[in-house]
Design a protein around this ligand. Structure first.
Ligand code: ZN
Ligand code: ZN
Length: 610
């Protein structure tokens, strides 16, 4: 299994660890130390070694920070994690704070005592974050101390070593563009921004640029490492040599000098000395890199990671790969849904269902010789009220049985060499209520309307977020998350910069893969989310049209639960879209299933009654 269901949180360990850290604060003459849930690369998932926040507090969520002061300790989490943070941390030790309304910098601006000196590990904070913290403290006559050694690492006796996951070459058949060509594109962009060097700090950018994949962290096939690219054509990759085999070494050596991770600081110091400009993404790069560059006399040019837009706009090989991956993934999901329908209500629990789904993906991957390399995130397997918890993660403690008359929400995905998938379906267990069907159909309308949309080039994600919400809005309902996130190509399932959300300021360009995932959550009762991946393409010309349009092609191929669709609430146009989608599902994945599953699929994709 790629997914684990044991809860590792232990609130009881917090107090002793906080006491140890306070002894360090005394030694360092600091008033506090800030522990983010982050590593040197600022990714969504971190290696066990970098789970410092969890080690200190017990909190296992994917975002947050702890501020340990001499007299108090504060755990900052966003709204989706408030309840979880209270359950997982020791309430006598940690006060839970709102990470969005009062992030640590704002909290310090409001609460810091005059002259406070607060420490950070500058490898674990971005340039922007450090700037905000420094400003907050200096506003109070205090200061930010950037430490050379992380005090948590000093007191964490059995801290795991950095991971040594094997690096593999990502074949040209799947990535579609040689690394040398990508390097040339990045070089041109960096020169254009007036810099001589750029540091790739995001492992997904390293992986994409050099056509490699790794296995250092769960669910995202990236190698942890850095690269410095010189606009005059030289490159250095900073990665532990033990991760490389003969093949990956032979692939990388013509492209870059392979350097040990600890050489990065010295190399950066050396190349900064004559004072050339180094491009760094302030929202992504570690403050440490800025400090080293500037202390050596170099100049930092702020620039968004130059790999992110080229990475986000997939080429033909990547899109063909995504289509193939989604056909296989859809067949695996159909197998799972067929199995689920055949089970008696009350006989399956959330862990059992998630296990079955992973097994279905594994089986289909093996049969088609495109093995499942990982799941793309921990499956959200939520029955009844657990389905209403947007970022629910099932553990043995929270595990619930799928009962008659409930809804079951399952959000999951697979990592395959040709693509990353992410799909959510909501299923009726037994007979659903009229309200469940009404809410489900309103969510489905949102998904359909976004799927059908035509939009002028230049449209941003924020411009169309409302399309997926309009049907719910008209019923006085909404959902508290974005409509869509970017998705990588055998990379991160959450990939920027594209997104469909109120905060989606990036233009939607052809080749971008996004999710289309409206939802509705009735707290304490049920959750509904429906998610397909879609890709931006140029639309065919519209008769009489004047402006060139884009549209979405739907990648995900799995049926929606007919028992939950109230066709009376759909327009004829929406019904026809659904019928056409379902017949496409049958046509594209029908050949990959047989027997019972094929029978089930034929029923599940039949035309809707009008
Ligand atoms: Zn999802
Ligand atoms: Zn998603």
């Amino acid at each position: 299994m790629f997914q684990e269901f044991d809860s590792v949180a232990n609130p009881a360990q917090g107090p002793a660890r906080v006491a140890l850290l306070r002894e360090k604060l005394d030694e360092l003459q600091l008033d506090g130390f800030l522990i983010p849930r982050a590593d040197e690369h600022q990714g969504e998932y971190v290696a066990h070694r970098s789970e410092r926040l969890q080690w200190m507090t017990g909190f296992t969520g994917s975002a947050g920070a702890a501020l340990v002061l001499r007299g108090s300790a504060h755990l900052f989490v966003d709204g989706r994690y408030t309840l979880q943070a209270r359950q997982q941390s020791d309430p006598a030790t940690f006060t839970v704070e709102d990470l969005v309304a009062t992030p640590p910098s704002k909290w310090l601006a409001e609460n810091a005592v005059t002259g406070w000196k607060i420490g950070i590990d500058p490898w674990l904070h971005t340039i922007s974050e450090a700037k905000a913290l420094r400003k907050a403290l200096e506003g109070k006559g205090g200061s930010l101390a950037t430490l050379d050694v992380n005090p948590v690492d000093e007191i964490w006796e059995d801290q795991p070593q950095p991971p040594l996951g094997a690096v593999a070459v990502h074949p040209i058949a799947f990535c579609g563009e040689e690394a040398a060509a990508k390097l040339a594109r990045i070089s041109a962009a960096v020169s254009g921004a007036g810099a001589r060097y750029v540091i790739l700090t995001d492992p997904a950018s390293l992986a994409w640029t050099f056509n490699i994949r790794g296995s250092d962290i769960a669910h995202t096939p990236v190698p942890l490492g850095f690269a410095i690219l010189d606009t005059q054509g030289r490159a250095s990759i900073y990665i532990d040599a033990r991760k490389l085999d003969r093949q990956s070494r032979a692939h990388l050596e013509p492209l870059a000098d392979l350097r040990p991770p600890h050489a990065l600081e010295d190399d950066l110091r050396t190349l900064s000395e004559p004072g050339p400009a180094v491009a760094l993404d302030p929202a992504l790069a570690a403050e440490k890199l800025r400090l080293v560059t500037e202390q050596a006399g170099g100049q930092v040019v702020p620039m968004p990671d130059p790999a992110r837009l080229p990475r986000a706009t997939k080429n033909r090989a990547e899109l063909d790969g995504a289509r193939a991956a989604h056909r296989r993934d859809g067949a695996a999901v159909a197998g799972f849904l067929c199995w689920l329908d055949a089970q008696r209500a009350g006989s399956v629990d959330e862990i059992g269902a998630a296990t079955q789904l992973e097994a279905a993906r594994r089986r289909l991957g093996d049969e088609t010789q495109m093995p499942l390399r990982d799941i793309s995130f921990d499956t959200i397997s939520g029955a009844g009220p657990n389905g209403a918890v947007i970022h629910y993660r099932v553990t043995r403690k929270t595990n619930r049985t799928l009962e008659d008359g409930e809804l079951y929400l399952v959000d999951s995905g697979g990592q395959y060499q040709d693509g990353t998938t992410d799909i959510t379906r909501t299923v009726a267990i037994g007979v659903p209520s009229a309200d469940m069907r009404r809410h489900y159909t309103l969510v489905l309308k949102g998904l359909i309307r976004l799927s059908q949309l035509r939009f002028p080039s230049g449209t941003r994600g924020a411009d169309i977020d409302a399309i997926a919400r309009a049907a719910l809005w008209n019923a006085g309902l909404d959902y508290a998350h974005g409509t869509g996130h970017g998705v990588g190509s055998f990379l991160s399932v959450h990939e920027g910069p594209q997104r469909i959300a109120k905060t989606g300021t990036e233009k939607l360009l052809p080749g971008m893969i996004l999710s289309n995932e409206p939802g509705f959550y009735k707290e304490g009762a049920y959750g509904i989310r429906l998610e397909n991946l879609i890709v931006v393409t140029s639309a065919e010309e519209i008769a009489g049209g004047e402006t060139p349009m884009h549209r979405f092609e739907t990648l995900t191929l799995a049926p929606f639960d007919r028992r939950l669709i109230d066709t009376g609430l759909l327009t004829e146009d929406e019904c026809s879209w659904l019928d056409a989608y379902h017949s496409r599902v049958l046509a594209e994945i029908g050949s990959m299933v047989d027997g019972e599953v094929l029978n089930w699929l034929e029923n599940a994709t039949a035309k809707l009654p009008r």
